[in-house]
Design a protein around this ligand. Structure first.
Ligand code: FES
Length: 98
């Protein structure tokens, strides 16, 4: 569904999404890296369990909440990837804190 426009040679970073090694480009947001790897879901809703994923990609909708390095409820679209970053998708209610 999502593909990169520029496929030139470049250095890739490795991030871990739910423990799975995933390639990302320097400068990608966490949400962009997840979408590019084929992951469309960041969390599920508490009531119906429906999968929710990045929608606006600009910090407005809060559909992209994930846990990064143990910090819960961060907006994946607003945080750039870093080498070795650990990201966990969320299930159920939003949690605050770690
Ligand atoms: S995708 Fe809308 S806030 Fe992140």
């Amino acid at each position: 569904m999502f593909r990169r426009l520029n496929k030139g040679p470049e250095r890739l970073l490795t991030i871990f999404v739910d423990g799975a090694p995933t390639s990302a480009r320097p400068g990608d947001s966490v949400a962009a890296a997840m979408l590019a790897s084929g992951r469309i879901g960041c969390r599920t809703t508490a009531v119906s369990g429906a999968v929710r994923g990045p929608f606006c990609l600009m910090g407005v909708c809060f559909e992209c909440l994930v846990t990064i390095e143990g910090v819960a409820s961060l907006q994946a679209c607003m945080i750039p990837v870093r080498e070795g970053m650990r990201i966990e998708t969320k299930c159920g209610n939003r949690t605050f804190g770690t």
